[in-house]
Design a protein around this ligand. Sequence first.
Ligand code: NAD
Ligand code: ZN
Length: 349
Amino acid sequence: MVPSIENCRFSTHLPSRKTFRPEAVLIYDRRLERISPSLRYFIRQFKNRYGVKAGEPLKSLDNFPKHFSRISKIIGGVKKQEAQVIALGGGSVGDFAGFFASVYHRGIDFQQIPTTWLAAIDSAHGGKTALNSGEVKNQLGTFHFASKVYLVKSILKQQGQRLERQAFAEHIKHALLCRKPWAQIEKIGKSLEKSDLWTQLRESIAVKYSILKKDPKETKGIRSHLNLGHSMGHVFEILLDLSHGEAVAMGLIFTLKFSQKKVGLSENTCEQWCQLIVNTSIPRYEALQLRSQKELKLNRVKALLFKDKKESSRDGVGFVFLQAKGRPKKLNVNLQNLLSELKRQGFIR
Ligand SMILES: NC(=O)c1ccc[n+]([C@@H]2O[C@H](COP(=O)([O-])OP(=O)(O)OC[C@H]3O[C@@H](n4cnc5c(N)ncnc54)[C@H](O)[C@@H]3O)[C@@H](O)[C@H]2O)c1
Ligand SMILES: [Zn+2]
């Protein structure tokens, strides 16, 4: 299956139960039943349903056999062609349910209804499913693309502005990976009220799909451009205990400044976008930079950069730079180089 934005459905309200197969199993975040009557009503319409507690333990490999046998029992004797898994929840539920759907009878139909901004803008698209092995996140996984992704305004908007703001960093990442100018995002400037993710969601997701189309299973080095801002973002996320959104925002700022030095990103573009990132996604940037000077320890940074085996080798780390808006470039950067850049930018002393 070729991932395509044509498989996304944008709507104000949840889809009708009849949209899905009669025997579909709904794997849902139990917390959602308490969040709104419309979600509770939607969930109860599925006779085959499996409620889970969202979060990283759900993705634990050790717990998977128990979940597998329970969900298999619910599916019962349904034929493979009629079986279907619907994930209703954030990224952890999508990763878990997608993994189940990909291994049950070697793969059954899978659809997603992301309920967090992070899932709606990123994790529900792209077919990556994942489980965690011990402490190692997403160590185990498959590619299994959702045949449909339903994006529901009333559900996403329930989360409030703080979470919407956090997801804005992923949105800016998409804007940076796109050559075409984005009038809306560039107009936002200092006016945070205009940072309405819903109105820009289609345009944002379209960038991810345009990359997925060229390299759906990460075999050509193109899909890894979606890691823009993430190599260092992950380090900030763990060592400074930030939300993923804030960490990616810091990672993007680091990347833009590094790109100016290393691959000739223009000063203008760099300053304009760094300012936009601070305004929309990380207003406490300066305070965090000061905290980082106190708390970031070289050996921990090193260990984390090398944890991602896929992107690192003895010679260094695969790092996605930006030459100009819409022109990412992945280069191997040696560790010393990265650490000196962290110093130059004032993240470590
Ligand atoms: N597969 C991918 O490509 C990909 C990409 C990025 C992240 N991820 C994964 O996604 C996960 C993080 O995503 P997440 O933050 O959505 O995870 P999550 O599923 O853990 O949700 C975060 C919290 O939000 C709550 N929640 C869900 N919907 C809500 C709603 N509408 N209103 C209020 N609260 C709600 C959940 O109960 C949970 O407490 C991680 O496991 C990460 O590894 C996967
Ligand atoms: Zn991310």
